[in-house]
Design a protein around this ligand. Structure first.
Ligand code: SF4
Length: 305
């Protein structure tokens, strides 16, 4: 039996998710404290969050200040200066009608921190907006994905389900705004844009960085196309040809499936608490399929047991 591990004051989604994925991974990460080194993907994710936080708050984003740390980190991965990164995204956001509709709603919170009623689960929500006309609150999560999955049909994951639970556990918020519906969604800021490193099929960022089109050339081309094209699909075709992925926004009403997901998260939370109270929970067996993708694969000895 494991000894008692101190239970954290609050439990985040990533804790529950890691625990749900593999108890041993949880132990390595949160109890033994093995820290994973940041990679390019994580760095792009941090950039997306920082940029959006400043932008939604109405601040002018000076990337040389806000993103200096990330630029330095990316330089270590061999990704050169991304000075145009924010100009490009801002241009895309400002011409994206869906995003502008979101910005016309009431912003209830940016990096909004919430707890569940039992004060166990904790979450920080990227953006919460409220549409006064439809009385709909939407929980937004920022992504920086290169995946095609985000362009169309997107499965909303357990993290947003948990956030829904946290909102629903805050009756004051619900009553103050007379919320009638809750939606969940993603705003995807692609890292795969003009002048950015390419993302290979393997999911890795390419070290072969081709500057296909500069920001200025891109804007000029868009303006020219907008004069010429009546059809947005033709424009999307242009982006595709140039291997550019636009900002993507996906949202959906909270479904039965999401409710099942957050029940599941709750159950896992109780297992996690039990584990911290000394109950041995190691039914995990080593699975080649899962383990080879695990960031702890090289240090995990479970496969040798
Ligand atoms: S390698 Fe497998 S058993 Fe080991 S921590 Fe990762 S998922 Fe768990």
């Amino acid at each position: 039996m494991e000894s008692n591990y101190r239970l954290p004051d609050t439990i985040s989604y990533s804790r529950v998710n890691t625990f749900q994925d593999c108890y041993y991974k949880y132990k390595l990460s949160y109890i033994n404290g093995f820290k994973l080194e940041s990679n390019e993907h994580m760095t792009f994710g941090t950039m997306a969050h920082k940029l959006m936080e400043e932008y939604v708050k109405g601040d002018d984003v000076d990337t040389t200040v806000v993103l200096q740390e990330e630029f330095d980190a990316l330089a270590k991965f061999g990704i050169p200066s991304l000075e145009d990164y924010w100009s490009f995204l801002k241009f895309e956001l400002e011409r994206n009608e869906e995003f502008q509709n979101i910005m016309n709603q009431v912003v209830i919170g940016v990096e909004l921190e919430l707890h569940d009623l039992e004060n166990h689960l904790h979450g920080k929500i990227d953006l919460v907006t409220f549409d006064e006309e439809t009385k709909t609150l939407t929980i937004w999560d920022y992504k920086a994905s290169a995946s095609d999955k985000l362009i169309g049909d997107l499965e909303i994951d357990g993290q947003l389900s948990l956030y829904t639970l946290l909102i629903a556990n805050n009756p004051k918020l619900v009553e103050d705004h007379k919320i009638e519906n809750i939606r969940i969604g993603y705003i995807n800021l692609p890292k795969f844009i003009m002048g950015q490193p390419e993302v290979l099929k393997s999911g890795k960022l390419s070290k072969n960085k081709k500057q296909k089109v500069s920001y200025d050339d891109y804007v000029a081309k868009i303006e020219e196309l907008e004069q010429e094209l009546s059809d947005y699909s033709e424009f999307l075709e242009y982006l595709k040809e140039n291997e550019v992925k636009p900002v993507t926004i996906v949202s959906q009403d909270v479904s039965e499936q999401d409710i099942i997901k957050f029940r599941d998260i709750h159950n896992q939370m109780y297992s996690l608490i039990a584990y911290h109270h000394g109950h041995d929970l190691f039914p995990e067996s080593y699975s080649q399929f899962k383990c080879q993708k695990c960031p702890y694969y090289s240090i995990c000895k479970k496969g040798e047991e």
